[in-house]
Design a protein around this ligand. Sequence first.
Ligand SMILES: [Zn+2]
Ligand SMILES: [Zn+2]
Length: 149
Amino acid sequence: MNIQVSCPHCQHTVTTELKWPLSDLFCASCNQLVFPHLTDSLKNQKKLEQCPACGASHLYRRKDFNQRLGIFLIVLGISLAYFTYGISLLAVTLLDFFLFRRVQEVGICYSCEAQFRNSPLVEALEPFDLELFDYYKNLKERTLNTPDS
Ligand SMILES: [Zn+2]
Ligand SMILES: [Zn+2]
């Protein structure tokens, strides 16, 4: 499983590949555990039931499609259409379709936006849920607005 996550201690971005059996992953920047909330089911590669970085118990999956790349391709196709007698348009449409069909699912934590790729565990996640998203957003705003005592 490929992961991209902000270190829960220092916010350093950690990108790595997780291999089973899992060993403890330490942040290259602050040397602390990146996954303080690792669960047994994730250790046994059974389920991604909880974000191992922040402990939030909800993650969603969505298509890992680079929208900016898609738009770039379309614009490129249109701007080249005049010179290629429209062939470039056809080419980018096909390419776009191909990319979209092949695109993988990415699992994302509602709370800390950790990303998980390349694993059957990701495909088992629930699709995006706006209510949960709002819930975590409000939660985060509330924590940010609470002054440290
Ligand atoms: Zn760190
Ligand atoms: Zn998280």
